[in-house]
Write a protein of this length. Structure first.
Lengths: 152, 546
């Protein structure tokens, strides 16, 4: 792991990154900025999102997961952190070039931390499939543990 | 700067100061409290964080009607279209148009029953199978990012032709939203809806042929599921049942590389390779089936079963709406062996000769017919066993008269009043055409096992008069009353009432009973005392006047 930082709307967010890992801009975010590291995208991503607070709060994320997930269990809701376990039932789909594929039921764990001030917010953390390799889970966990927001 | 907990505490304090009400119970699940909050959230993530916005499609099966725009949740504020929404909705509408054109072409196909049949499954006022497009939401990436999902990991689709506004409260999520892998091109919803993507992942429109074979393929899956013949396909993606389900769908899909291979053994080999690949390391095909096959030793029963499976199996291999209706009618007939069996007979009346053969040879169907009871089974098997030669099938209604078709339907149903009405509706020429039509008589023999009703129908048809139906009923009744009367003093001549009833029959009706419905004649006339039966038989065969 190596120290890294992200300049956010609320100040410098410091964290540890695995060697060789890089947070890259995610173009999907509607406003503000989002950076992510997803060495195995199909399994999950670690992300840092900052900008206007609406949509970056814990309740926003929980509402989203409750909307999409088939089962959502709040495993932890402490201070600035939210931990969720989300189950999304599988389905049988027609996939381009592959025919019918049995998409397995996804079991994901989410751990995000939240900071907010004066209408701006930072959300950082990960979502990861439970089938992910232990080393990836451990890396995401250490990254989340290391998050520190330094006010300007 | 404040953490979430501090912010919530501060907010709670403000609320308490404003209104001395009990402390709010919900923290993180509270929906937006004001229009301002709502708009802020909509702006942030394309409406996505406003409560329980989207819900998985399984919870809303059936809510998305074919090609019907989805409605915003009741009570939800009218949301302005998000960027790209109009283009996405235009794509969805175009997908409907393109699929509709493909189905139209299929409906006009006369040289391929499976293609035409599939169109019939998809058309009509209450289609057996419906389809709806799945189109990437214009705000798909925004939703993905809001959930912290990796780039390229998922795409959010809407079904139908309208990208629904995201609901305002957790209780009102929009129906029909799908979260799928980016390469997903379709799926099946519930028991009867095919969901199809119009463009491929590269953005190109799928071809008409793509739509056709997808529709045929998916209809096969829907029917297999309905008939329950490969039950493990639903629960075990690595089962032989799943293999057979997929094998069948590819085998019958009529378009694409498998259909182009006319050597059916080679076609089977191609499909097998597609499903299980060539080795465990093969990255193509169906992962679970491939792993299940290649991890087992050669000679394992599972492998042998797959190796030996070279033709599609199961009921209704041609996606026939008629066979499907027949299957459906058999369900209630098992518990109502009287009225419901009539509808089974009607379903058979609409089947082609080849479909009757298929139904007759299906072990699953045989079991369902026998479950209807012995009498009903005799009636159903009789109809299925009608001749299949073109001399018969082509002779039934050579002019394709809808009135004659209706008569056959009512003959199969067996309701006396309705079949007389249907006969009355025939033109004079149509009655003349049926009067001595051998195919019609064979049809009557196979569809009306009851001798009494059959005798009445013969009287009606051969005399070209619906009133002869009742005349024959009266005659047979009088025969019965005479027979009962023999328990006292046996009559020495034809009783007056019986003679009068015989007079009510035309010569054609009398001859029909004598020769064409011999079982009815034997049970009603031949068994009367000789003093009655002998002169009566002379009358029936035209050797004496009544």
């Amino acid at each position: 792991m190596r120290p890294a930082h992200v300049e956010t709307v609320l100040g410098r967010l410091e964290l540890l990154l695995p060697d060789g890992a890089e947070l890259v801009t995610d173009p999907g975010v509607a406003d503000g900025e989002m950076l992510a590291w997803a060495p195995q995208p199909e399994l999950g991503a670690f992300s840092v999102s900052h900008g206007p607070a609406a949509g970056r709060r814990a309740e926003d994320l929980l509402a989203l997961e409750q909307g999409f997930g088939d089962e959502v269990e709040v495993e932890g809701d402490e201070d600035d952190e939210l931990r969720l376990r989300v189950v999304t039932l599988g389905s049988r789909d027609l996939v381009e070039g592959r025919g019918h594929v049995e998409e397995p039921t996804r079991h994901e764990r989410l751990r995000f931390r939240f900071w907010e001030d004066d209408g701006e917010a930072v959300r950082a953390g990960y979502r990861l499939d439970e089938s992910a390799p232990e080393e990836l889970r451990a890396a995401f966990e250490r990254m989340a543990d290391s998050l520190r927001l330094e006010a300007p | 700067m404040i953490g979430r907990r501090d912010r919530e505490a501060a907010a709670a304090e403000e609320r308490e100061q404003a209104t001395p009400a009990p402390a709010p119970a919900a923290r993180v699940t509270a929906p937006p409290q004001s229009p301002q909050q709502l708009l802020a959230l909509q702006g942030q993530i394309g409406n996505a964080a406003v409560g329980r916005m989207l819900q998985r499609h399984e919870d809303h099966d059936g809510e998305t009607a074919v090609a019907e725009p989805q409605q915003a949740a009741p009570g939800a504020p009218a949301a302005a279209k998000v960027p790209g929404q109009a283009a996405a909705e235009a794509d969805a509408a175009e997908t409907i148009t393109r699929i509709g054109k493909a189905v139209d072409v299929m409906a006009k196909t006369d040289d391929n029953p499976t293609v035409k049949n599939t169109a019939q499954l998809l058309r009509g006022p209450s289609p057996r199978v419906s389809f709806t497009p799945m189109t990437p939401r214009s705000d798909s990436e925004t939703i993905r990012a809001a959930r912290g999902q990796a780039v390229g990991s998922v795409t959010y689709f809407f079904t139908g032709t309208t990208q629904p506004a995201l609901g305002a409260t957790p209780a009102n999520p929009p129906a029909g939203t799908l979260e799928k892998g980016p390469n997903v091109m379709g799926t099946i919803r519930g028991d009867s809806t095919i969901i199809i993507r119009g463009r491929d992942t590269g953005g190109s429109w799928r071809t008409e042929e793509d739509f056709k074979h997808t529709l045929i393929h998916e209809c096969s899956h829907i029917l297999v599921k309905a008939y329950g013949e490969h039950p493990d396909t639903k629960t075990d993606a690595a089962s032989f049942d799943r293999y057979k389900d997929e094998f069948r769908a590819y085998f019958v899909q009529q378009f694409g590389p498998y259909a182009e291979e006319k050597d059916l053994d080679k076609r089977a080999a191609m499909i097998k390779k597609h499903l299980i690949g060539t080795s465990l390391a093969d990255t193509q095909g169906y992962t679970l089936l491939r792993n299940a096959y290649w991890t087992l030793p050669a000679g394992d029963p599972f492998r042998v079963s797959i190796d030996n499976h070279k033709r599609p199996d199961g009921f209704n291999l041609t996606n026939s709406i008629r066979l499907d209706r027949f299957f459906t009618a058999l369900g209630p007939a098992a518990t109502d062996p009287y009225g419901a069996v009539d509808e089974v007979m009607v379903a058979i009346a609409h089947m082609t000769a080849a479909e009757r053969v298929e139904a007759r040879s299906s072990a699953m169907i045989k079991g369902k017919i026998e479950a209807c009871g012995a009498d009903a089974a005799k009636r159903i098997f009789g109809a299925l066993d009608a001749p299949t030669k073109s001399e018969y099938t082509g002779g039934l209604n050579p002019g394709k008269s809808p009135r004659i078709a209706k008569l056959y339907e009512e003959l199969a149903r067996g309701n006396a009043e309705k079949l007389q009405d249907a006969y009355t509706a025939l033109s004079a020429d149509e009655r003349a055409g049926l009067q001595f039509n051998a195919a019609t008589m064979v049809y009557v023999d196979h569809n009306i096992p009851g001798q009494r009703k059959r005798a009445c129908v013969y009287a009606m048809i051969t005399s070209r008069s619906a009133t002869q139906y009742a005349a024959m009923e009266r005659f047979l009744d009088e025969c019965f009353f005479t027979h009962i009367g023999t328990y006292g003093d046996a009559p020495t001549e034809i009783p007056g009432e019986l003679r009068a009833a015989a007079k009510g029959l035309t010569l054609h009706s009398r001859l029909a009973l004598y020769k064409m419905v011999e079982d009815a004649r034997k049970s009603h006339v031949d068994n009367l005392p000789p003093a009655v039966s002998k002169p009566l038989l002379l009358i029936l065969r035209g050797d004496a006047d009544p």
